[in-house]
Design a protein around this ligand. Structure first.
Ligand SMILES: C[S@@+](CC[C@H](N)C(=O)[O-])C[C@H]1O[C@@H](n2cnc3c(N)ncnc32)[C@H](O)[C@@H]1O
Length: 430
């Protein structure tokens, strides 16, 4: 498989766990490329996929045409141009370039990941046009917004995933096997076990150090998740597990109870940046409180819930549920399901970005196995079907109880593309 916008390789690592071989990664970030090479035993080229001229990239990729899969998640800054339908707009180009590399490489399967904002950007035109492009190319696809906690991640993380194949293979997304509770994102069910919690995920790590050094485990594994994280960590050592808060930060943390955030602290403890952000109006003029409140700055996490979405702020803003310190990078990596043997290249801020950006490997593995299973169902057919009866097999845009007008618009657009059969279409009552 080939990974584009490959980052630290979370998606690729999961695919290797399912048995696929990574042959090529591409990312603009040098540290991410080195992390990828270090852990995946594959080349990873530092290239700008935003360049209009993709001839160099194509030249490098020529020996790898027709791979089993192309996987990747372009970043999403380009989705604010209301009404723009211009794929040449540089802000849309990264998605277009993802598409054009799939067009060039002709994989059997592709997996495309993005943030949920893609569904409503440009009044739904961005996702609609992307799906149209793949349909014209002959891919049969399924599009869903999913919460990775439903696949056993100890973190509520909602993402949009588009998967396609060019053999007309009908397929489903993998079955969701966990219920979860994570603050306002709850999906509890009597019939499904609860996803691992934050404390399940970070238990068993050694005491933190003050600087980045190798630390030995001090305890036997404490939870099932701990066992999985330690698997194949033959050195028995853990890296990126350090924290040295300043005396002022320590005071802040001591005042925070579980579930409390910066705004629960006396104002003299607020970071200047938090003050600015707290009173800022967002670009479209809507006051922050109408958009779910001001950014929380630091927040003390609950031990027995799934973690909130891990971002590049993990080791600055996410405070340990019991100890007076932020989470370490290693704890962030565990919450993203990177095993302890997975090491990252770069300084702390670069590593935090790589971890926050990643597609969780354990979920990637589940999706990869599902793709392999679906592919196998066609009995080893190795050629691409030339009839090109491509389809949008189905979509699921939300599992919430209310659908925004913006999402309704997107649904209308996508519905016009569904050609498989009405029974197959999975839409949720909103
Ligand atoms: C969402 S992350 C991908 C994470 C990755 N799939 C993983 O599982 O770890 C997006 C990646 O796109 C990269 N990127 C952003 N702009 C790029 C560009 N112009 N060319 C190539 N890569 C780019 C970023 O450095 C980042 O690593």
């Amino acid at each position: 498989m080939i990974s584009i916008f490959s980052g630290a390789g979370g998606l690729s690592f999961g695919f290797t766990q399912a048995g696929l071989k990574p042959v090529f990664g591409i990312d603009i970030n040098q540290d991410a490329c080195q992390t990828y090479q270090l852990n995946l035993n594959s080349d990873c080229y530092q290239l700008d996929l935003g360049d209009e001229d993709q001839s160099k990239v194509r030249h490098l990729l020529t020996p790898y045409k027709k791979p089993f899969a192309v996987i990747g998640g372009p970043p999403c800054q380009g989705f604010s141009t209301a009404g723009s339908r211009d794929w040449k707009d540089p802000r849309n180009r990264l998605i277009f370039n993802y598409f054009s590399l799939v067009e060039y490489l002709e994989p059997r399967w592709f997996l495309f990941e993005n943030v949920e904002g893609l569904l409503t950007s440009n009044q739904g035109q961005s996702i609609y046009e992307l799906v149209c492009l793949f349909l014209n190319l002959g891919y049969s696809m399924r599009l869903e917004k999913i919460n990775f906690a439903a696949y056993g991640l100890p973190q509520s993380r909602k993402r949009v995933v588009l998967i396609g194949n060019r053999m007309e293979i009908p397929f489903e997304f993998p079955q969701e096997t966990y219920s979860f509770q994570a603050g306002k994102h709850n999906s509890l069910s009597l019939f499904l076990p609860h996803a691992p919690t934050l404390i399940d995920a970070i238990s068993g790590l050694p005491d933190t150090s003050k600087k980045d050094e190798d630390l030995a485990y001090q305890l036997s594994p404490t939870t099932e998740y701990d066992v999985i994280m330690r698997h194949n960590n033959f050195t028995g050592l853990v890296r990126h597990h350090f924290s040295s808060p300043s005396p002022l930060d320590l005071e802040r943390y001591k005042l925070l109870s579980q579930g409390q955030t910066m705004k629960d602290l006396p104002e003299e403890y607020w970071h200047p940046s938090f003050k600015r952000r707290a009173f800022r109006r967002v670009k479209d003029g809507m006051p922050t409180e109408k958009r779910g409140g001001a950014p929380s700055g630091i927040k003390r996490l609950y031990p027995n819930l799934c973690a909130p979405t891990i971002t590049s702020a993990v080791s600055r803003e996410f405070i340990h549920p019991i100890e007076d310190r932020p989470l370490t990078l290693r704890e962030g990596a565990r919450l993203q399901s990177f095993p302890d043997k997975y090491n990252f290249v770069g300084n702390a801020s670069s590593i935090a970005t790589q971890i926050g950006n990643a597609f969780p490997p354990n979920v990637a593995e589940i999706f990869a196995k599902n793709i392999l299973y679906s592919d196998g169902l066609v009995g080893g057919q190795s050629h691409v079907n030339k009839s090109m009866q491509s389809k949008l097999i189905g979509y699921r845009l939300t599992d919430a109880n209310g659908k925004s007008p913006a999402l309704c618009r997107t649904e209308e657009l996508l519905q016009s593309l569904v050609t498989y059969s009405m029974k197959e279409v999975t839409t949720y009552a909103i």
